[in-house]
Design a protein around this ligand. Sequence first.
Ligand code: PMT
Length: 401
Amino acid sequence: MLQGKKILLGVTGGIAAYKAVEVVSRLRKAGAEVRVVMTKEATEFVTELTFREISGNPVTVDMWAPVQHWNVAHISLAEWADAVLIAPATANILAKAALGVADDMLATTLLAVTSPVFFAPAMNCNMYTHPAVQENLEKLAARGAHIIPPGTGKLACGAEGPGRLAEPADIVATMEKFFKSGAQLSGVKVLVTAAGTIEPIDPVRYIGNRSSGRMGYALAEEAVARGAEVVLVSGPSALTPPAGLKNFISVETAKEMREAVLREAETSRVIIKAAAVADYHPKTVSDQKIKKNDEELSIILEKNPDILKELGQKKQPGQILVGFAAETQNLMQYAKEKISKKNLDFIVANDVTKPGAGFNTATNLVKIVSRDGGVEELPLMDKREVAKRIFDCVLPDELKK
Ligand code: PMT
């Protein structure tokens, strides 16, 4: 899977820098072309010459060095790469990348990169578990970076715990898997909905719900990573839409979401509805701010269209329709009822009363239920990982190339 791929390897200053030599060797054996950027600190552990010989290419360290072999600067290196791998990634480079600091060749190159970036952290276990490092890893992952988790065991500093650079073979296998899955949904249109709809009461007030969009955005991100043409229809969300979308459609109300979804659905092969659509909207919307007085205020609510049900009625042959069920009781019973009522292929059931599950959390706890009654129960995991597992589960065999 790495044949002809251009991998830019960033080596930072940790004892595990010596293992990066094996990473280069394995990447090249797998068919990749490798260029190496080292921090000055990394050269204290392994020489530039070692990486030049093993990669067969000049190595870049100093931003200001007179140009000898590589006649263009960090921008060209960034543009050249099909993927960037930082191994080992110290706490320092993670912090710089999370903040966007550009004070050396590697950090500056990272800011200019638009291709996928992988970080393989390696450091002392107390450093690795420090909240600052964990927050930086979360921040980078939320921006789409791939984190290759370190192993656990005896570390070079003598301590024992997580922080050992992942094995070079595993690092290369992760990249191979990425390029394999990157082609999986090429030419396949995937429609994802995310976040909650809001239903206006007057010009300043609305009825809304607690959906942040995190689950839907993670699904869209995963579909992009698999090479799909992704359309994301989203209610209001503070999140930045994932890079690489074919189309991002921002909506507010259920009515607007319905219009966008029905327009896009006809040509979509896979549809995943993670949005929390309001079931009702105020029957009348005041065109002026409603003034308070001493009386009670009643708002009459009218039913919204059930978009998912409509999609189920219009389902095209071969189309995969996946709904979500956010429940606070009778999870499986309600989820199964929704599958048949809405003519779905799968439903992702989340009990939103469970800690770490459902609305506005980084994680989710779900059961993926298929039309034929099969249930895949997942442990509590990051929403990005849940998204992966959902795609693994719902794609038909011919798309699982
Ligand atoms: O966005 P996050 O903060 O990450 O939270 C994620 C989530 C909890 C919102 C998500 O995991 C989830 O469960 N989404 C579905 C929430 C929901 O509205 O469930 P429901 O059981 O009310 O609806 C069932 C399905 O019908 C959903 O796929 C929904 O998109 C769809 N629906 C519902 C009502 C409606 N009028 N039209 C619809 O299409």
